[in-house]
Design a protein around this ligand. Structure first.
Ligand code: FES
Length: 139
């Protein structure tokens, strides 16, 4: 049911933990399943130099969180803003359809963390800034 990559990131998640005094942090909970994810970003000169996460959730949520952190580490804010849950799922060689909603946790937590960074630094939200809303996801 799960790809080898999903199993690998679930069994050996990358970038687990937290960052003290992060540049930005975001926490998201899915009220339907009760799973929670928090993401921490260290940002220097517009580049995400470090990223950590803590996920209390299902295997798919842990695997997508892990893959999402790998995909944004070392990237600019502009590049990180383009990350979608679908791209993360594709990088994991797919997720079962009933588990796609789990990948939204990672995308939303990343965008919440970036929004926190913008707010803390009085940076206007980039044009077209959107974030998924796990609570409104219907599947
Ligand atoms: Fe809750 Fe996967 S079942 S995030």
């Amino acid at each position: 049911m799960y790809s080898e990559k999903v199993m690998d990131h679930f069994m050996n998640p990358r970038n687990v933990g937290e960052i003290e005094n992060p540049s930005g942090t975001g926490i998201v909970g899915n009220p339907k399943c009760g799973d929670i994810m928090q993401m921490f970003l260290q940002i220097e000169d517009n580049v995400i130099t470090d990223v950590k996460f803590k996920t209390f959730g299902c295997g798919a949520a842990i695997a997508t969180s892990s893959m999402a952190t790998e995909m944004v580490k070392g990237k600019t804010i502009e590049e990180a803003l383009k990350l979608t849950n679908k791209a993360v799922a594709e990088a994991l060689d797919g997720l079962p359809p009933v588990k796609m909603h789990c990948s939204l946790l990672a995308e939303q937590a990343l965008k919440e963390a970036l929004e926190d960074y913008f707010t803390k630094n009085n940076i206007p939200l980039p044009e077209g800034f959107t974030k998924p809303n796990v609570e409104e996801d219907e599947d």
